[in-house]
Design a protein around this ligand. Structure first.
Ligand code: ZN
Length: 268
């Protein structure tokens, strides 16, 4: 699942290349991901020119000269590609934009759970989740964080990934943040002290400040399918030694979600 560091890297990559570039051809390939009729999609995009790309939570927002926005929520498996036209297309390529600079911007989605919207800028707030979405994880202040978190009950990991609390944190980075904060993922929010909430806020800032440039560096030259997260310290490292204390990292799968933590560094 693309999270803040991935989407920030994609945003940076696109902003180096797309502003001022005209879309020559728009291909609407897998209808289930589109929240806009095909004809309208093609008509609005073809001949349009890209402006700046922004991010809000897990939504990537590509502005167009016409003041329309192409908004993509990649959900679990959506991936962006910026390739030459002769590069082979993935099986689940949903959308291809052929650009006047000779490149193609593609969106592929193995589980086709992502969503593609196209709408005038003034209607952005109408998108699902936008009204209820909490502040972005990169923008939330310490005060707002500790005030908002008190509105949520239940396990702390579930609260971190809840976009109503704070937007942009997914499964992988919530594990990293909890590890950095030395908090057990299944602790109840109501059991956390003020100091622990403070630690959680600090950890959130630290993890994204550390991971975002790493992902951006991997994506400096090329935007392609794979998400590389070999630098993560705890997520997807079940059975390996904890980088801090050497205890074997615990892995729990619930639903389709893997949670990793260190029982020693993050006591329950
Ligand atoms: Zn440990």
């Amino acid at each position: 699942m693309p999270e803040i560091p991935d989407l920030e890297a994609i945003r940076g990559f696109l902003n180096q290349r797309l502003p001022g570039v005209r879309i020559e051809r728009a291909e609407f390939l897998i209808p289930v991901v589109f929240r806009v009729p095909k004809e309208e999609f093609v008509r609005t995009l073809e001949g349009n020119v890209f402006g700046e790309t922004q991010r809000h939570g897990k939504f990537l927002i590509l502005a167009l000269e016409s003041d329309d926005l192409l908004v993509i929520n990649p959900m679990l498996t959506g991936r962006f590609q910026y390739l030459q036209p002769e590069e082979k297309r993935r099986a689940r390529t949903c959308l291809v934009l052929s650009l006047a600079n000779g490149w193609e911007l593609r969106y592929a989605d193995d589980r086709v759970m992502g969503k593609v919207y196209l709408l005038p800028r003034e209607r952005l707030h109408e998108l699902p989740q936008f009204e209820e979405m909490g502040p972005d994880a990169l923008a939330i202040s310490r005060e707002e964080f500790s005030e908002r978190i008190r509105r949520f009950r239940g396990q702390i990991k579930n609260i971190l990934v809840n976009y109503r609390f704070v937007a942009g944190i997914g499964n992988a980075y919530s594990d990293e943040i909890l590890f950095a904060a030395r908090l057990h993922p299944y602790r109840k929010r109501t059991s956390l002290s003020d100091d622990e909430i403070e630690r959680l806020y600090e950890a959130l800032g630290k993890v994204f400040a550390w991971a975002t440039p790493l992902v951006a560096e991997q994506m400096r030259e090329e935007l392609n399918y794979e998400e590389r997260r070999d630098f993560l310290k705890i997520h997807r490292r079940g059975g390996e030694p904890c980088p801090v204390c050497g205890t074997r990292i615990t892995e729990i799968t619930a639903g389709q979600r893997i949670t990793n933590f260190c029982r020693n560094c993050q006591p329950g």
